[in-house]
Design a protein around this ligand. Sequence first.
Ligand code: GDP
Length: 290
Amino acid sequence: MVLDDLGTSLRGTLEELRGKSRLTEEDVQAVVKEIQRSLLQADVDVSLVMELSDSIKTRALEEEPPGGTTARDHVLRIVYEELVALVGDSTELPLEEQTIMLAGLQGSGKTTTAAKMAWWFSKKGLRPAVIQTDTFRPGAYDQAKQMCERAEVEFYGDPDAEDPVEIARRGMEETADADVHIVDTAGRHALEDELIKEIEAIGEAVEPDRSLLVLDAAIGQGAKEQARRFEESIGIQGVAITKLDGTAKGGGALTAVNETDSTIAFLGTGEEVDDIERFEPNGFISRLLG
Ligand code: GDP
């Protein structure tokens, strides 16, 4: 990581350490304070921020900088390592046949993310298909179909059918030639039992290799309860954060990652099919601190 990846004020605080060979407690405290300010502003959970602060403080003061390392480089390396530990690695996504199910509340961006992911897999040379099982939200079928047309990927849905599990089952059969099946599910406005039951039944029908939780970047601490419920019912292996093109930085999603012991897979950065990025720690850290 280079200093340029850090926010302006943190960069300034670190620059003040230039030329120093030893760090005082006040030096470390000043750096930690800047990081705390940025992370809390980015919606990262307070207890996660506190854990990170403690680790940075302890390590910066107790670890002996390797010979020739300046105080500034020493603390920068520790800050970077601890931030990487906080945001985690990218969810492993082998480029092979698989079924991925998307979970999340209504409006989180599941349908959009399903089409974007299909576009992403198609660019990697695989043959994806999106299966739309959302019979709850009016317009979900048309929206998914149109986005899949724009992404030039296979699509299955049935606007006249009422049973999402049946749609899922038929969708898997009808798109049997596809390599990657992306199963979009219905959300609800809140975590209702009915939603959980439905997604469990769809999961039993399609037997996903992995399930991703789709979260709006603005989620804040609501991420915790959602993550817990979905983790308990279907198991969550990865998170997709949407709407990072807005003002929200997505730090709340780290709570979900922590709660489900998973990682981040994708970032959504707009409404078009190609507005998707694979999660990568450095870029996300810059975003959080920027
Ligand atoms: P679902 O109910 O979970 O399927 O959510 P949708 O996929 O319908 O998304 C809800 C709204 O958020 C739609 O208007 C999408 O266009 C929008 N949306 C989804 N992802 C993004 C994103 O990454 N950036 C922006 N700006 N809008 C997004």
